[in-house]
Structures are given as C-alpha cells and as structure tokens.
Write a protein that binds this ligand. Structure first.
Ligand code: SAM
Length: 467
C-alpha cells in the first residue's frame, strides 16, 4: 500500500479520451509522413492513468495490443483493477507506482505513451521525471502524448484560482467545496458596468462553476498549478532528445502542419504565436524522438492509407447536420463521401479515393479540424453487423455489473444508458443466440417496446458490440 494521497481522499472523475487512442495518434503521425507502430499490436503506457479506465476502453477493442497504466493513488488503482478483473481483460495492467521511481527504473519500450491531466498539476521534480521516463522508454517510432493547461490562458485561470483560494482561506472539507461553488457561481454572474477584463475572467469562471466536486477539488484547488507554454514544453522535450510533432486536438492540427517546410523550432514558434492570438488554455501536445524529420505539409502518400468517420445526418445533396449544428458542402464528391460516412457511422471508410488529390485532402483536413470528421489509422474496433450470438464489449458488461454510471464504448465514446438497455447489454455475452436473447429479454422486468434485433442494432451503433 502506498501513502494516501489527495486522490485517495477525493475521487477524480475518470473518463475516456478519444484523442489519446493509438489509432488517432498513428493517423496524425501518418499526416506527417511518419511510420507509427500498428495500433492493433502496440504497447501503450499511461503515466498517472488514475483508475486506468482510459486504457481499459482501448484494451477492450484492441485484444492483440498491450496496455499498462500506473498511478500513485491506491484507491484509483484498486477501482480500476476491479473493473478490469470483472471484464476479464488480460491485456491491461493497472499498477500502483510513483513516477519518481518509474523515471529511472522502468524497463521495456512503449509505442504510445500518454500523460493526461498530470503535467500542469505536479511539482517541477515530477514534471522532470515525466520527461526522463518518456526519453527512457519511448520506442524509436513511438509517440508521446502530454496534455496540460497552457499559456497564455493559464494566466487567466491562475487569476480565478487565486481569487478562489483567497475566498476559501481557512475552510476545509465540505464547507470549502460549498463555498468554492458559491464563489464561482457569484463570480460567473454578469455584473452591471462590467469592464472587459472582468468579462474575460467571468468567461473563465463560468465553466468552473459547472464542475463536479472531484474536478473542482483537483483541477482548480489542487496544491500545485503550473500552466506551461508550448515553447517551455518543446524546450523541456528537446533537452530529453524529443521533438514536438503536433497537437492531438483536431482544431489545432495546423500547429504541426503549417503547410510550409518550416524547421521544428520555427513550427513551435509559429504555434506559440497562434496560442497568444487565440488565448489558448489547453494543449494535447505530441512528441517524437528527435531526428525523425516530420513533414510539415500533409504527406499525400500516407493520407491515402487512412480511414475517416463522421457522425452526421445528410439533409440534402449539400446539407448536413452535425451535433454542433447544420452546415453545407459545395463540393459534390466530398458531400457524397460525407453522406457515405454518415450512413456507415460508426464504421470508418478509406480515404484512398482521395489519394493524390491535394485539394480534397486539404478539404478533409479542414473537416477534421472543425470536428466534423475523425481520422483513424485502424478500423472501427467494434461491429455494426453483429452475428447470431452477439457479444457486447467485455468492459461495458463489467461496468454494467458494477453499476458504473457511465459506460465507455469500444471507440472511446462516453455513453449513458437507462436500466433496460443496460440489462440487455449484460445478456449479450456471446453465449445467447438472437432468439434466446429475445426470449430472455421478454422474461425480464423491462419493457420490450424495442425488438431484440433493433436493440442489438442500436447498441452496435453506440459502439458497444464486439461481434
Ligand atoms: C488529474 S488526475 C488525472 C488522471 C487521469 N490521467 C485522467 O486524466 O483522468 C492526476 C493523477 O496523477 C496522479 N499522480 C500525481 N503524482 C503522481 C506521481 N508522482 N506518480 C504517479 N501518479 C501521480 C494522481 O494520483 C492522479 O491520479
């Protein structure tokens, strides 16, 4: 048993992070003309992965790949192990460990290394240990993902944090959290005669006011808060033989692909300038080993090997609706491709049809940047055509059995579901034929307004069915 930490005392809400998935990271490498390890058989390490659920979600869909998560919190590690054991996943290890020990003692190599939500919330000694560990165990063609609160947005968040800490001085436990919510609520309410600076800070406080206790406690009120600039990150990476590749957040993809042949230092400088312009708050920076010479203009050859998916509704030849709202596409070939992806969702379609067409490739990249299309290096990990004895993801069946409020799909979506479909999911263990499923469903306490076949199809669309 390790020493109790603040993460043992207050649970951090776990989630799955689709941008960290090897299939996404390999796709980004390919855009730069870089080979990346095959997501289907890769080795992934998550540093400070909490309960490891992010890796468990990947592991459920990539049975030939191997996943290791370590964390300092005994409570988080035990929580994650319970889920993984209940799911019977043998390709994921969730272990108790201190980054300070791993940095200089870890063995082996990893193709993808993830450090999500750690770097800006730990002291300098732990930040330095992260770079030592990445430099030590990243495979030659590997990719490291590091998310952090960024500058200059971090300066604004720091001001709100200082204001909060001032207001909470002397308070502990529930009283402290209640006051934190009340202060944020008041601060995020518009005041008369507000100056622009007050408006800016209110915009920062607003989303904080909506946070649950776990996030607020750790993200905003944690002991340490050290937002980083991209230049600082690239410089720290450089002193460990690592170089900036790109950002994993689609909207920032031009950070690493400015479309002209800049050298690595110029790329970072230009991306930093756009951070100042956009007042960036958050980065998901990717790093590779120095000397890999990523191409800074999309590699047309690699592009043709990628896959794309899009969750859209086609309204007419040129009109579509995305969850963010409606949009139109003039280019008929692109519109038809979007239509095909919409019909096939969540399946992924090859981009080979646009191989060698620079204009179409730029168009797809723009759709990706705007969040309308996702790019992948590996096929959809589930099925949209379940067989006669459908099998739901082992992870979601375990989550249902353990009463988890949210489920994580095979393609890393967060899914909430009422008790009826949850029960149906638990029946879909690969041993029951469709006929048997319908019979057992009929015997259950849940209303069977939806036929078993329709329920199976809907769950498959939600990314919850393996075969
Ligand atoms: C904000 S949580 C993020 C958890 C997870 N990566 C996520 O994004 O959901 C930060 C995590 O870092 C872990 N941590 C902090 N210092 C650590 C260290 N020295 N070694 C390992 N884990 C550490 C904490 O226990 C906690 O689980």
């Amino acid at each position: 048993m390790g020493e109790a930490t603040s993460y043992d005392a207050v649970e951090y809400p776990a989630s799955s992070y689709p941008t960290t998935h090897p299939s996404h990271l390999a796709a980004l490498a390919a855009l730069h003309g870089l080979a990346a390890p095959d997501p289907q058989t890769c080795r992934v390490l998550e540093i400070a992965g909490g309960d490891g659920i992010n890796l468990a979600a990947m592991a459920a869909g990539l049975p030939q790949a191997h996943f290791t998560s370590f964390d300092l919190s005994t409570a988080a590690v035990e929580r994650g192990r319970r889920v993984v054991a209940a799911a019977g996943l043998t390709n994921v290890d969730i272990v108790l460990g201190d980054l300070l020990d791993w940095a200089d003692g870890a063995e082996g190599q990893y193709d993808y290394i993830i450090a999500h939500g750690l770097y800006a919330w730990v002291p300098e000694s732990v930040r330095a240990a992260m770079w030592r560990l990445v430099a030590r165990v990243l495979a030659p063609e590997g990719i490291a993902f590091v998310s952090y609160n960024a500058q200059p947005g971090g300066y604004l968040r720091m001001a709100v944090r200082d204001m909060l800490l001032h207001a909470l001085d002397g308070l502990e436990g529930d009283a402290r959290m209640a006051k934190a919510h009340a202060v944020l609520q008041a601060y995020s309410t518009q005041r008369e005669g507000e100056r622009l600076t007050q408006q800016a800070l209110r915009a920062v406080a607003e989303p904080m006011a909506l946070k649950n206790d776990g996030s607020l406690f750790h993200d905003e009120l944690g002991e340490c808060y050290a937002p980083q600039s991209l230049v600082q990150m690239a410089s720290a990476a450089g002193s460990h033989g690592l170089a900036f590749l790109n950002d994993a957040l689609p909207k920032m993809v031009t950070d690493g692909l400015p479309g002209e042949a800049l050298d690595d230092a110029e790329v970072v400088r230009a991306a930093q300038a756009s951070d100042y312009e956009a007042v960036t708050f958050f980065h998901q920076s990717l790093f590779v080993r120095e000397g890999r010479a990523p191409c800074r203009v999309v590699d047309p050859a690699a592009f043709g090997h990628l896959l794309a998916s899009a969750k859209l509704e086609r309204k007419s030849a040129t009109e579509f609706v995305h969850e963010e709202g409606p949009f139109e596409i003039d280019d008929a070939a692109m519109a038809d491709f979007l239509g095909e992806m919409a019909a096939a969702w969540p399946e992924r379609l090859p981009l080979a049809r646009f191989a060698g067409d620079a204009e179409k490739q730029a168009g797809v990249l723009e759709l990706y940047q705007n969040g309308l299309v996702q790019l992948h290096a590996a096929p959809f990990p589930g099925t949209t055509a379940p067989g006669d004895a459908p099998e739901a993801s082992a992870l979601v069946r375990a989550q249902v059995a353990l009463g988890a409020p949210i489920l994580f799909s095979l393609d890393m979506r967060v899914v909430t579901m009422p008790p009826g479909p949850r029960h149906f999911l638990s029946l879909m263990d690969g041993t029951r034929s469709r006929e048997q499923l319908a019979a057992d469903w009929g015997k259950s306490e849940f209303d069977d307004q939806v036929s078993a076949d329709d329920a199976i199809a809907q769950l498959a669309k939600a990314g919850l069915v393996l075969s």
